[in-house]
Ligand binder design. Structure first.
Ligand code: NCD
Length: 316
């Protein structure tokens, strides 16, 4: 197995071979998840703690299900009601949890870099479930698996990522992964929603949907992440939809077999037309959710193998 990382903090440090190893294992978990009996034992005897400092529906549920299907004891910390609210620092919370000897810690945090900081303070494997606008590695991996299964390959594809790129950790992780596997990435959105420094990212940037979608294999839509906006980035939702919302007419500029993706949560009528989102011939949004569980099973399985190979460090 070509995967010897201790943590999964981002796509940035992963090699193309590590990414492919993880996706191949995830493929086998897709098969397991489609059986009536869905249990594996890769995480038997291990304790997984989910710490979500930001709201989440699908990511948290997906990690929980992934752990349970592989036999881990899974605990969800209710971070809204936790001691953090009483003034405890992130590090103190981490040290307290560490004393309970978890093996896998799944963390989502509103600040970029917070998950990596926490990983330095604990003995277990840490998985980043999204840190600020920095990275969301399991989302990029599940997107990659969805694309690979739909297109039969994950090379030499043209992928358009559309909308609020500036505030999106999903976009960042996807761009890193897609580039490592030699795909072409286009970013489409209003200049106010493009990150500063985008000129150095090795992508093509468009502010016109029709021009940007021309000839694309994959169209990935993003939500306007208003919780990370501190001012007026767009004139109005209506005008945004008119210019950047994905509808049938704009999608017609992409390749006839282009697939439509969205990490969720989706705002119908803002970044995407509901009919497109529900069109089973174009949209793979439900497949993304399915792949999410399999990818998280694979990620935790690989990290657990590495944990077991390093017993001295775990017990330190
Ligand atoms: C994304 C996230 O939290 O970064 N959602 C997800 O994990 N499925 C994207 C978003 O919140 O818009």
């Amino acid at each position: 197995m070509s995967f010897d990382a201790k943590h999964l903090l981002g796509i940035e440090p992963l090699s193309p071979l590590e990414i492919t190893t993880l996706l191949d294992l995830a493929d086998s978990y897709v098969d397991l998840n489609r059986r009536a009996h869905k249990h594996g034992d890769a995480l038997a005897g291990l304790t997984q703690i989910n710490m979500f400092f930001e709201n989440s529906t699908r990511t948290q549920a997906s990690f929980e299900l992934a752990g349970k299907r592989l036999g881990a004891d899974v605990m969800n910390m209710a971070m809204q009601a936790s001691s953090i609210k009483k003034g405890e620092t992130l590090i103190d919370t981490a040290l307290t949890l560490n004393a309970m000897h978890p093996d896998l810690l799944v963390v989502r945090h509103p600040h970029s870099g917070a998950v990596a900081l926490l990983a330095q303070k604990v003995n277990c494997a840490v998985l980043n479930a999204g840190d600020g606008r920095h990275e969301h590695p399991t989302q990029a991996l599940l997107d990659a698996l969805t694309i690979r299964r739909a297109k039969g390959r994950l090379q030499r594809l043209t992928i358009a990522i559309c909308g609020d790129i500036a505030h999106s950790r999903v976009a960042r992780s996807n761009i890193l992964l897609l580039h490592k596997l030699e795909n072409r990435v286009r970013l489409i959105g209003p200049p106010t929603l493009m990150p500063s420094g985008v000129a150095d990212w090795g992508v093509e940037v468009f502010d016109d949907m029709r021009a940007g979608l021309e000839g694309c294999d994959v169209v990935m839509m993003l939500r306007l992440q208003r919780e990370r906006m501190d001012g007026g980035f767009i004139p109005s939702s209506r005008e945004y939809y008119h210019r950047f919302g994905l509808d049938a007419e704009k999608l017609a500029h992409a390749k006839p077999d282009a697939i439509v993706m969205h990490p969720g949560p989706m705002n119908r009528g803002v970044e995407i037309d509901g009919t497109i989102a529900d069109d089973i011939n174009r949209s793979v949004i439900q497949e993304q959710v399915e792949m999410g569980v399999a990818v998280r099973m694979a990620a935790m399985d690989l990290l657990a193998r590495n944990l077991r190979a390093r017993p001295a460090e775990v017990m330190a």
